[in-house]
Design a protein around this ligand. Structure first.
Ligand code: HEM
Length: 229
């Protein structure tokens, strides 16, 4: 278990670092644009966008790349959950494999969200304090959009932890908590789209659109598929 966690942490950091590098490379041009927005929140008002370009704040790349990786992991978790409960999983898509992946990805996703939040504490351009990370509407940067992320974070922690200890919970409560992951997915989609620097790019729009579309389709399949069965 401990060895798995260490491997996971190392792989996670490598992937985040690589993605951060890529995101930086893809949208280097956006740095100056975002910097001009964010310098309002920065304590040092004199920071010019050219010095931001030169500094290329590492924490900012990590926040963005871990945010996208966490979002993608959450999408896969929700989609696989719906595939399992909607009985789409056949022998070809082995249920055991899907269940294992569903569990493993849930912890990975929480790890990525933790990275996403922790690196905001080190960000010079969107400065966050610990209370601002944990209490909705305290943030000075896009408070309502960030609040969607914070509420989603609490819901996701409740979903993952309640699944770990489901033996001790009445099934009806566990199911109710588990279903709040749909709300969390919707909140995180709104959070990412309306908070993120990359939302105007084609690839980000495609990611939010395709992920949202597939989840809505699978929810529809689960509801109407059951009715017609
Ligand atoms: C619950 C899980 C969360 C997920 C999956 C998530 C995901 C994302 C995604 C995909 C972006 C867009 C990044 C971009 O366009 O570059 C983003 C941006 C952001 N998130 Fe989250 N987020 C989560 C929770 C939080 C929380 C709890 C906070 C803080 C309290 C937070 C703060 C931010 C900020 C400040 C940005 C803007 C970063 C930037 O683009 O400059 N997020 N998040």
């Amino acid at each position: 278990m401990r060895r798995n966690l260490i491997t996971l942490a190392v792989i996670g950091l490598l992937v985040i670092g690589y993605m951060g590098w890529q995101v930086g490379g893809f949208s280097g041009g956006h740095i100056s644009q975002a910097a001009s927005t964010v310098t309002l929140a920065a304590s040092d008002q004199s920071t010019s966008s050219s010095s931001v370009e030169a500094e290329r704040p590492f924490s900012w790349y990590i926040v963005r790349s871990s945010g996208f990786l966490a979002y993608f992991a959450l999408f896969i978790i929700v989609a696989f959950g719906l595939i399992m409960s909607g009985k789409i999983a056949t022998k070809r898509i082995h249920r055991f494999t899907i269940t294992q992946l569903h569990c493993w990805l849930s912890w990975t996703m929480l790890f990525l969200v933790a990275v996403h939040m922790i690196f905001l504490l080190f960000d010079k351009f969107i400065p966050f304090t610990i209370p601002q990370l944990l209490i909705p509407f305290l943030a000075t940067f896009k408070p309502a959009n960030v609040a969607f992320g914070i509420v989603a974070f609490y819901l996701l922690v409740a979903v993952v932890v309640s699944t770990r200890y489901m033996k001790w919970l009445p099934k009806v409560y566990w199911r109710l908590i588990h279903q709040s992951s749909f709300v969390a997915f919707a909140f995180v989609s709104l959070h990412g789209y309306f908070t993120g620097t990359d939302s105007h790019t084609i690839w980000a729009k495609l990611l939010y659109g395709i992920a949202g579309g597939i989840v809505v389709f699978l929810i529809g399949f689960r509801i109407f598929g059951k009715v017609n069965r």
